[in-house]
Design a protein around this ligand. Sequence first.
Ligand SMILES: [Zn+2]
Length: 217
Amino acid sequence: MNISHHFDDATLMAYSAGSLPQGMALLVACHLHWCEHCRERVDATNAVGGVLLDDIEPVSLGEGALNDLLARLDEPEQELAKPVSRPSASAGQLPAPLAELVGCDIDELPWKRIGYGVRQVDLDLDGPGATRLLRISPGVSVPHHTHTGNELTLILSGSYNDEVGRFCRGDVADLDGEMEHQPLVDTDEDCICLIATDAPLKFTGLFGRLVQPFIGL
Ligand SMILES: [Zn+2]
């Protein structure tokens, strides 16, 4: 796989620290499954984190700290992903963490039409923001939008062009609230992306403002 767009350092550090919302962490794990370059960067980030921990001066803990910690160990573990329902036929097509989550072929998912040439599946994960699969038909462009928070996109198949460049299978777009963009599918194949945000999108064009209340992106 020829990957040319990767995550920001800040995103990988947040991933290593375990501070990303569930959907974003899933998306990072999916890219890491395909991208050796970012796997090495995560290893380096973890090494730096370890050195920083070694340098921290020990502080004395308050009374009851040990009991609090032991009590927390008894709490049920937070579920990171929904249980696997059955092995997927599209395991080779989807990155493993996503294939395990959806448990079926990408064409068998309950795609919902949300506008001209655009279909989506909401993955309905817990936490702030939204995580969805978007399937965009050839020649269709998603309305201009900016973000109130961060948006991560992983291209699963097909490709698109926007103000940043061309994005193909395996590439990620790592956008913050400053960025305004309008992706256009530029081949004769559907572009299927995994998109995770930590806050709702904000459409800027007139068309976007008109459709936003209906498509709930
Ligand atoms: Zn990468």
